[in-house]
Design a protein around this ligand. Structure first.
Ligand SMILES: Nc1nc2c([nH]c(=O)n2[C@@H]2O[C@H](COP(=O)(O)OP(=O)(O)OP(=O)(O)O)[C@@H](O)[C@H]2O)c(=O)[nH]1
Length: 139
């Protein structure tokens, strides 16, 4: 029997950046698929919501942080056994508040990211992100 191809679920993901270049990662709480894996904070876009509004909502709900502005960075699709996701990554340098663990999750500011395990779809992006943060032209 042919299985209907599941429609991807849109997810808004934010890379919160500090002035020194560090980025914020969170650990998925118990009860969610891939609990204990590290990710950039974010979550599913709700029906009728635009992706940036979803990003702002998720950061308030999970971390008590207000994202003032963010640049869209890249979009990645990944098929997990539990879901087919389309991840919209944003980079934000303009945000307010001190991150708090409002859902009981651990979080960590990272220079070169060395928390493990990371969500599989997020791993390839780290190399690009490091180039963006640390590459120097030398000229
Ligand atoms: N936030 C986030 N999600 C990611 C990343 N990489 C990645 O594959 N995902 C996937 O995107 C989906 C995000 O969904 P979620 O379950 O965290 O969303 P949510 O907070 O709205 O959860 P809910 O279903 O409890 O309301 C998950 O399937 C997760 O595996 C990432 O770096 N950050």
């Amino acid at each position: 029997m042919l299985e209907a191809k599941a429609k991807p679920v849109d997810v808004a993901v934010g890379i919160l950046t500090r002035e020194n270049g560090d980025v914020l990662l969170g650990q998925r709480p118990a009860g969610k698929p891939y609990a204990g894996y590290w990710e950039f904070p974010g979550g599913k876009v709700e029906p009728g919501e635009d992706v940036f509004s979803a990003l702002q909502r998720e950061f308030v709900e999970e971390l008590g942080v207000t994202i003032v502005s963010a640049e869209p960075w890249c979009c990645v699709e990944h098929v997990y056994e539990h879901a087919h996701v389309r991840l919209y990554f944003y980079i934000s340098r303009d945000w307010r508040g001190e991150p708090q663990s409002l859902e009981g999750q651990a979080f960590a500011w990272q220079g070169l990211v060395d928390v493990t395990p990371l969500l599989p779809a997020t791993i390839p992006l780290l190399e690009w992100l490091d180039q963006l943060r640390y590459a120097r032209t030398g000229s």
